[in-house]
Design a protein around this ligand. Structure first.
Ligand code: COA
Length: 320
């Protein structure tokens, strides 16, 4: 069996926040943010939360796939920002959309999460365990950034993207993921710490902390190498790929990857200007936009690649 994407959907936080808006919050400028990252604005939640965003994206993907949520057998949500430890966001989505027959669980692989979730769903589909799955990348990083820290708060946005995948008889789907836990300290977010039985201290929330330059170096090296390895392993030529959909973290990272692969910039669509870095949601939101704009044709070969905290990375190659 071969994994095929048969529907996509996305949603984002309700409030649009421009770089000019952020100039009122921290000492920054539209010029600094845009020239360093390519970001002009981002969307943040206003209380609707991750469950609502993920469920909306999932419902849209099911409608486009022409299936009822009742046909979904597996729901995977890649997220670093669940509302609760339990129930998982995947179980919350299941309840919201009425996918009664599905098994549902979350996957934590930061900004690479969507690729990890797709890779996991693919294993269930090719093994014959399930036929139809919903794979969602959803993050609400606005609740994890320190809004006083200009080095990080300008970078992120909230959103969700979903795909319905189905086991089909023909097509093409390959994926690979990797991790390097020894370098985890360059991008961290301690969720809750300091809670202690002896001192009776209550736990405190942590914030996102990042060595931006180290993350940049990691991304521009790892992303092209994992794409090159995947293409080589499956005897595909870079020039035969229609689109490279990369995690939308920084326009300069995407340009550097394109250069390293020797592929034209037009093959690397971007929406970071409008959304910022939406973490696990960035690749499926971009895919949904291309799909709804009618830019994907049957048989197009598409590469997706992500990177993020962990450190983690992953890529997928599929035929539309
Ligand atoms: N506005 C204005 N100035 C800012 C700023 C902001 N929002 N954030 C940082 N600065 C300042 C710094 O304080 C520093 O000032 P100093 O030289 O007086 O100390 C200066 O700008 C340069 O900071 P630096 O961190 O060296 O900038 P940079 O060119 O490396 O760009 C990033 C920073 C974060 C944009 C860049 O490193 C990056 O994109 N890294 C990858 C991050 C990423 O992709 N993360 C997500 C992974 S999933």
């Amino acid at each position: 069996m071969i994994t095929k994407i048969i529907g996509t959907g996305s949603s984002q936080g309700r409030r649009r926040v421009s770089n000019q808006d952020l100039e009122q919050v921290v000492e920054t400028s539209d010029e600094w943010i845009h020239s360093r990252t390519g970001i002009s604005s981002r969307y943040v939640t206003e209380g609707e939360g991750i469950k609502a965003m993920a469920a909306e994206a999932a419902e849209k993907a099911c409608i486009q796939a022409g299936i009822s949520p009742k046909e979904v057998e597996l729901i995977l949500v890649a997220t670093s920002t669940p509302e609760c430890c339990f129930p998982s966001t995947a179980c919350q989505v299941q309840g919201e959309i009425g996918a009664e027959g599905a098994a549902a669980f979350d996957i934590s692989a930061a900004c690479s999460g969507f690729i990890f979730a797709l890779h996991t769903a693919n294993s269930f589909l090719v093994s014959g365990t399930y036929k139809t799955a919903l794979v969602i990348g959803a993050d609400e990083l606005s609740k994890l950034v320190d809004w006083n820290d200009r080095r990080t708060c300008v970078l992120f946005g909230d959103g969700a993207g979903a795909v319905v995948v189905r086991a089909e008889d023909d097509g093409k789907f390959f994926s690979a993921v990797g991790s390097d836990g020894s370098r985890g300290e360059i991008l961290t977010c301690v969720s809750r710490s300091g809670g202690n039985f002896i001192t009776k201290k209550q736990p405190k929330m942590g914030f996102i902390a990042m060595d931006g330059q180290e993350v940049f170096k990691f991304a521009v090296k790892k992303v092209p190498s994992c794409i090159e390895e995947m293409l080589k392993e499956h005897q595909e030529k870079p020039e035969d790929i229609r689109y490279y959909l990369l995690h939308q973290a920084n326009e300069r990272i995407i340009a550097a990857v394109a250069k390293r692969l020797g592929e034209p910039a037009e093959k690397f669509p971007m929406n970071i200007s409008a959304y910022g870095n939406t973490s696990a949601a960035s690749i499926p939101i971009l895919l949904d936009e291309l799909n709804r704009e009618g830019k994907l044709n049957r048989g197009d070969k598409i590469v997706m690649a992500g990177f993020g905290g962990g450190l983690t990375w992953g890529s997928a190659l599929l035929e539309w």
